[in-house]
Structure formats: structure tokens, C-alpha cells
Write a protein of this length. Structure first.
Length: 71
């Protein structure tokens, strides 16, 4: 997910639901949009998500604002 206006990444995630994963209300409340950047199997996407979150944490010492865990 990226912040509207700035494009700043606020969350890395995976979904099998595509654009139906989050409601319009959730996206609006958090001022974000979904930017689908990669496709793969559920296992591949789960691993990718974990790596992206972990890499961000290792560089910045905190999780992204909308990521609540490393998974």
C-alpha cells in the first residue's frame, strides 16, 4: 500500500483477493491505495512479503506504519 499524494510505501502484503482485499472505507481512512507490484504463488508471495518487511525493518529499525508484524 502506498500513501496517496506521496507514493510512500506504508505496507507490504500479500492477497489472493486482489482489489477486494480492502474496503474503499479502509483505503480512504488510511489515505492509501493498493499498488500490485508482484505476482506469484501463495508461498512465493508470503516469502516475498516477509523479506520486504524484514529488509525495511533492518534498514529503519521500525515496521512500516500499516504492517503490524513481520508476516
Amino acid at each position: 500500500m502506498k500513501e496517496n499524494g506521496t507514493g510512500r510505501v506504508l505496507k507490504f502484503g500479500e492477497t489472493t483477493m486482489g482489489p477486494k482485499r480492502y474496503t474503499k472505507s479502509y483505503l480512504s481512512k488510511n489515505n492509501v491505495y493498493i499498488d500490485f507490484v508482484k505476482k506469484g504463488t501463495k508461498a512465493e508471495m508470503h516469502t516475498w512479503q516477509h523479506e520486504m518487511i524484514t529488509n525495511y525493518f533492518n534498514r529503519h529499525g521500525v515496521l512500516l506504519p500499516l504492517n503490524k508484524s513481520f508476516w
